[in-house]
Ligand binder design. Sequence first.
Ligand code: 1CP
Length: 343
Amino acid sequence: MQDSLFLRAAFSKSTERPPVWMMRQAGRFMPEYWEIKNKYSFLEMCKTPEIAADVTMLPVDLLGIDAAILFSDILVTGEAMGGDLSFTQGVGPKFANPVRSQADVDKLLTDVDDKLQYVADAIKVIQQRLNGKIPLIGFAGAPFTVMSYLVEGGSSKDFKLTKLMLHNHPEMAHALLAKIAKVTINYLNLQIDAGVNAVQLFDSWALALSWDDYHEFSHRYNKQIIEGLNRKDVPVISFCKGSSVFAPIMAEAKPDVVSIDWNADLLDIKKKLPAGMAVQGNLDPHILYAEKHVIKDRIHRLFERMRGEDGFIFNLGHGIMPDIPFDNVKYAVELVKEFRYEV
Ligand code: 1CP
């Protein structure tokens, strides 16, 4: 497994071409996903190991990607801590009991490994199905991003209540973030013990934060988490939207890979990181709506830019949108897999 393209690239070893996987590769853009989704609720899918495994395998079988990602969600930690979580089609995730006061924070549980055991069970089933073919990536939400859903009670455009808590009640925000961080360390270690080959920390909404707030309310906890992992030979990928600006700070937490949004020039970012730290990214997912010649041109441009660089995992700058045509995603994966640098 350590010889796989993905793990070699994650540890900045040389590869004949960049490995490819895509954030949200198992999801609504796939007709086969809907065949399963129409029969179960989203949380039932996550909590039934055989179904989670079926969905994890869809992009392995249909797209031929170089790494699988566990089918679950970043919000399962918030649920395990006591959040009343539901996912409704067209509405998205909701917490019916948002965290708005110190009493709400105090009520949240931190000893929740038992409640997340279904994830370990799913990982074991998935690894049997993968049978050593490609690595499996586990993941968790970063404390700031998970906090935003707990405080807002769902998705948000401006994170108004979350930022008000940071600014008016920083001690309350820190108490909440510290609790989520503790749960996240245990949760990712549980995934590592169950057999994932890499882990990714998703701080999707860090871009909402100012430079100082990012240090105080996001980076500090992400660093704690990365330091708390029993990494062994499991690489850690740190993703955030906002990484074009925050990547050098993200690197201080010492992940093996920094996953970059699409705003930055990937090579420029890589040069700002310590030697031996890999990058992942960073195609604008909207390119996958475009015509095939555009997709080809942009992927080849990115590869040309990264020519000669070890430690490059091809991915999108953020997740695949649900209405991106499946054929375009498949075409992009095939392009990457056929690519070889000409000498
Ligand atoms: O294929 C994969 O990537 C694995 C499964 C996966 C992952 C890694 C899912 C399944 N969710 C996630 C992570 C996740 N969930 C993130 C971080 C990545 C990102 O920024 O895209 C975030 C922010 C969430 C929260 C979430 N869960 C949303 C976003 C809402 C918002 O605020 O914009 C949504 C819609 C969900 C539900 C969900 N999670 C996953 C799927 C396939 C779905 C859709 C469920 C359905 O079919 O209705």
